[in-house]
Ligand binder design. Structure first.
Ligand SMILES: *[C@@H]1O[C@H](CO)[C@@H](O)[C@H](O)[C@H]1NC(C)=O
Ligand SMILES: *[C@@H]1O[C@H](CO)[C@@H](O)[C@H](O)[C@H]1NC(C)=O
Ligand SMILES: *[C@@H]1O[C@H](CO)[C@@H](O)[C@H](O)[C@H]1NC(C)=O
Ligand SMILES: *[C@@H]1O[C@H](CO)[C@@H](O)[C@H](O)[C@H]1NC(C)=O
Length: 684
C-alpha cells in the first residue's frame, strides 16, 4: 500500500536535532550488541534510520493507517476502532484473532431510567482529518445521536480522537462527550477505553513496583472453576502448571484513581521484549474523586483505561442526565506507550521506563496539542492555593495542626459530595505537612473546594463558590477545618483514614490464593474469599471487642454475614464492651461511626439492650459499593454522628451492639473506618 506524504521540509532547528539523533543512532548500530538500547519515547528514528515523520494514509475506504516511523496504527473507518498496532517488527500488538471491533475500542454502559443497562461499543459514523502535517496527525471519529437512535444508542454525541506525533513511541486518544439541547434522559454507568493484546505474546503484567507478575491465560480461566461470582476463577488446568490452584480475578488488580496512572503488559518471548502501557497523566476527567478504585489490566491480556465507572461505589455514582440536560466533557487524552529493550537484562527495565514516561507525560500535562475546541490547553486554566489547617479542640489543647490533607475542587455540592460526583471535572492534590496546597491546571468553571484529613473524621468544604477563570489564580489564605467533635474521647477503635486496612485482615485459604500477594502484607486484602474467614473465626458467637483489652488489630476488617451452609446466611451482631468508671454525665454522648464501605447493609446500633426495637439508631439500607466481594479495603465513605442520650448508658459496664441485619448473601455488610465514643461536652 502506498503512503501518502503530507509533510514539508523540517525547519532548521528540528533538522539539526534530528541530525544529532541520526548520529546517535549510527553509533548505536555499531555498539548495540553490548549496550543496553532501551527504546521508547526517546527513540526518534525509525528502523531505516530516517527521521520520524507522521504519515497518514487514507486511500482505503475501510481503514486508515497512521505511521510515524516508530509505531504504525490501523483504524477502522468510519468506526474508529484500533485494528492493529505495529511496533518493533511485530505486525500487530493487538489480538488479530479477535473481530476488528474487539481489539482496541471505547465503550459505554448506559440505560434509560428504570430500564436494564446496555453495553455498547462506540462506533464513529463520520471520519475526518482534524490536522495532518509531518509533526502531527489528529483524526476524529464522530457518532452523532439522532432521535431515530432512541433506545438503541446512548443519547450523547461522541467524538473519538487519536493523535500521532513525530517521535512519540505511541499515540494519544481522547473522547468528547456532548449533549446539546433536546436529548432524552439517560444514566451512564461506565465509559472505558479497552485494548486486547496478542495472547501469545503478552504474559507479564505490571501495575506498580510490587504488583507485577507472569499471568495465566484466558484459556486457563475458561478451563477453571468459577467461584462465588463469574470474575473469580480457580485455575484447575492451566497450561503453565505454576498457576494451578491459584485464583484469578480482575478485581484483584484494582487500584485507587490516584495510583491508576500506568499499567500494562510485557512480551518477553520475542527477541526484544516489548511493553504496552496505558498512561493516564491526570485524573481530572475520572469520576468519583481521587480514591475511587477501578480496574487496570487483567487476564486476556487486557488493558483498560477507566474513565467512568460504578466500581467500588455503586449505582449512586452513575452519571444521570435529565431530559434536555446539556453537557460537555473531554475524557483524556491518555497515552498508549510502547517500549522495547534489547538488553533483556531483567524484568524491571521496561516497567521503569514506562514509569519515567509517565512522569514526562505528567510534566507536560495539560497538553498543548489536542485540537478540540472543547479541550482546555494550559493557558486557559486557572489555579487555587492556600493553607488548610485542622483544629480539633479536644486534641493538643485545640491548637492548629498541619494536615497532609486531600484538597480538591469538584462541582458544587455538600461536603463530601465529590465521592458521588461523576459528571464534572475534579482536581485534587495533597497538602504538605504544614497544610499548604496548590491546585494547578483547573478547567474554568464554578466549583466547591473540598477536603479531608487522614487522622480526622469528616469532610471539609470551603464556604463559598470557587470560580476559576482562564489564567486566574485564587489565594484562599488560611482555611480551618473543625472536624466533628461533641466532647472528649472516651474510647476509639481504628484510624480515621477511610480504610479498613489497619484491622484484622485474615490469611487467605491456602487453596484460594493469588501468589502475587502472599509476601505482601499491605496488599493482603486483595486475596479472594477473606469474607468467609469470619465464619471460620466466629462459627457461633460474634466478635466482642473489649475496650482496654483488645487492640484494633483484633477487629475483623469487614462486618459480614455468617454462612450457615447451603447458601444461607445470618445477620451478625458485634459488641463493644467498655467500663464507664465515672458517674454518667447527663446530656448526649456521641458515637462517631465512620464506615469505609457498605454493601446492601442496614447497620443497627443499640446501647445495653441487644433486642430493643426499633434500635436506638439504624443507618437504614445503605451502600452498593460491593467492596467486600471485590477485595477493596474501602468503597464509599460514610460518617454517622449518633446522639446517645445519657440515660442509655450506666456507670460501670456498658455494651454497644452493632448488628448488620441484612443477610441474603456473603457480600453484604460494612467495613468500619473508625468508631469513637465522646462524652457530653463540658465546654458548652
Ligand atoms: C521475569 O519474568 C519472567 C517471565 O515472566 C519470569 O520467569 C522471571 O521469574 C521474572 N524474573 C524476575 C526477576 O522477576
Ligand atoms: C457561609 O457564608 C455565608 C455568606 O457569607 C454566611 O451567611 C454563612 O453563615 C456561612 N456559613 C458558614 C457555615 O460559615
Ligand atoms: C438446601 O436448600 C434447598 C433449597 O432451599 C433445600 O431444598 C435443601 O433441602 C437444602 N439442603 C440441605 C442439606 O439443607
Ligand atoms: C440529644 O439528642 C437528641 C436526639 O438527637 C435530641 O433530640 C436532643 O435535643 C439532644 N439533647 C441535648 C441536650 O443536646
Amino acid at each position: 500500500m502506498k503512503m501518502k506524504m503530507l509533510s514539508k521540509k523540517n525547519n532548521n532547528v528540528i533538522f539539526f536535532w534530528w541530525l544529532g539523533m541520526i548520529m546517535k543512532f549510527c553509533f548505536l548500530l555499531c555498539a548495540c550488541s553490548e549496550n543496553t538500547s532501551l527504546s521508547g519515547g526517546s527513540k526518534k528514528i525509525n528502523s531505516f534510520g530516517s527521521t520520524s515523520i507522521v504519515k497518514l494514509n487514507t486511500e482505503d475506504n475501510q481503514q486508515l493507517v497512521i505511521d510515524n516511523g516508530i509505531v504504525s496504527v490501523t483504524l477502522s473507518r468510519p468506526e474508529g476502532h484500533v485494528i492493529a498496532i505495529s511496533y518493533n517488527g511485530i505486525d500487530n500488538i493487538l489480538e488479530s484473532e479477535n473481530d476488528e471491533d474487539d481489539r482496541g475500542y471505547f465503550d459505554v454502559v448506559w440505560n434509560e431510567v428504570g430500564k436494564p443497562s446496555t453495553f455498547q461499543r462506540i462506533e464513529g459514523t463520520n471520519f475526518s482529518v482534524i490536522a495532518a502535517d509531518e509533526n502531527m496527525v489528529e483524526v476524529s471519529f464522530l457518532r452523532s445521536w439522532t432521535s431515530s437512535m432512541s433506545g438503541k444508542d446512548v443519547p450523547i454525541n461522541i467524538d473519538k480522537r487519536y493523535i500521532f506525533r513525530s517521535g512519540d513511541s505511541g499515540f494519544y486518544s481522547y473522547a468528547i462527550f456532548d449533549r446539546p439541547e433536546g436529548m432524552p434522559a439517560v444514566e451512564v454507568d461506565q465509559i472505558r477505553y479497552v485494548f486486547k493484546l496478542n495472547q501469545h505474546r503478552f504474559k507479564y503484567m505490571a501495575l506498580s513496583n510490587t504488583r507485577q507478575r507472569s499471568m495465566p491465560t484466558m484459556r486457563d480461566r475458561d478451563t477453571g472453576q468459577v467461584l462465588a461470582y463469574k470474575e473469580a476463577v480457580l485455575l484447575t488446568k492451566p497450561i503453565n502448571p505454576q498457576f494451578r490452584g491459584e485464583v484469578d480475578d480482575k478485581y484483584q488488580y484494582s487500584c485507587e484513581n490516584t495510583d491508576n496512572t500506568v499499567h500494562g503488559w510485557i512480551n518477553f518471548d520475542s527477541d526484544e521484549p516489548v511493553g504496552f502501557w496505558m498512561i493516564t497523566p491526570s485524573n481530572e476527567f475520572r469520576n468519583g474523586g481521587p480514591i475511587k478504585q477501578d480496574l487496570t489490566s487483567h487476564v486476556g491480556p487486557i488493558t483498560l483505561s477507566m474513565f467512568v465507572s460504578t466500581h467500588y461505589a455503586g449505582k449512586e455514582v452513575t452519571m444521570a442526565f435529565e431530559e434536555g440536560e446539556t453537557y460537555k466533557k473531554v475524557f483524556g487524552p491518555v497515552f498508549v506507550y510502547l517500549n522495547t529493550d534489547s538488553s533483556k537484562n531483567d524484568n524491571t527495565t521496561l516497567w521503569s521506563d514506562a514509569v519515567q514516561q509517565l512522569s514526562k507525560e505528567v510534566k507536560s500535562w495539560p497538553y498543548d496539542f489536542p485540537k478540540s475546541q472543547d479541550y482546555f490547553p494550559p493557558n486557559q486554566r486557572g489555579a487555587v492555593f492556600g493553607r488548610l489547617l485542622v483544629q480539633d479542640w479536644y486534641l493538643q489543647g485545640g491548637k492548629f495542626q498541619g494536615t497532609n490533607a486531600y484538597v480538591g475542587l469538584a462541582l458544587p455540592g455538600d461536603a463530601g459530595s465529590w465521592q458521588r460526583e461523576s459528571k464534572g471535572y475534579q482536581f485534587w492534590t495533597r497538602s504538605d505537612a504544614k497544610g499548604y496546597f496548590k491546585i494547578n491546571n483547573i478547567v474554568p468553571g464554578d466549583y466547591n473546594l473540598y477536603g479531608w484529613v487522614p487522622g480526622f473524621i469528616g469532610d471539609y468544604k470551603y464556604n463559598g463558590t470557587i470560580t476559576i477563570t482562564p489564567g486566574g489564580v485564587i489565594n484562599l489564605n488560611y482555611l480551618v477545618y473543625n472536624p466533628p467533635r461533641n466532647g472528649p474521647t472516651i474510647w476509639e477503635i481504628g484510624i480515621p483514614n477511610r480504610l479498613a486496612s489497619e484491622f484484622h485482615v485474615p490469611d487467605p485459604y491456602p487453596t484460594l490464593m493469588n501468589k502475587l500477594y502472599t509476601a505482601q502484607r499491605r496488599d493482603k486484602f486483595r486475596q479472594y474469599g477473606l469474607w468467609e474467614r469470619y465464619t471460620d473465626m466466629y462459627p457461633n458467637d460474634d466478635l466482642i471487642y473489649t475496650v482496654g483489652v483488645n487492640k484494633y488489630r483484633d477487629w475483623f476488617y469487614a462486618h459480614v454475614t455468617r454462612s450457615k451452609g447451603n447458601k444461607t446466611y445470618e445477620p451478625t451482631t458485634w459488641q463493644i464492651i467498655f467500663e464507664h468508671e465515672q458517674d454518667i454525665i447527663s446530656g448526649n454522648y456521641t458515637l462517631q461511626l465512620a464506615l469505609a464501605s457498605a454493601a446492601d447493609a442496614d447497620l443497627q446500633v443499640r446501647f445495653n439492650d441487644p433486642s430493643i426495637y426499633p434500635p436506638h439508631f439504624a443507618t437504614g439500607l445503605i451502600g452498593g459499593d460491593n467492596a467486600i466481594a471485590r477485595h477493596g479495603i474501602h468503597g464509599l465513605h460514610w460518617l454517622f454522628s449518633i446522639d446517645v442520650p445519657s440515660d442509655l448508658l450506666v456507670k460501670g459496664k456498658n455494651i454497644v451492639y452493632l448488628r448488620q441485619s441484612k443477610a441474603l448473601s456473603p457480600f453484604q455488610g460494612v467495613m468500619y473506618d473508625y468508631i469513637r465514643l465522646e462524652r457530653p461536652s463540658s465546654k458548652t
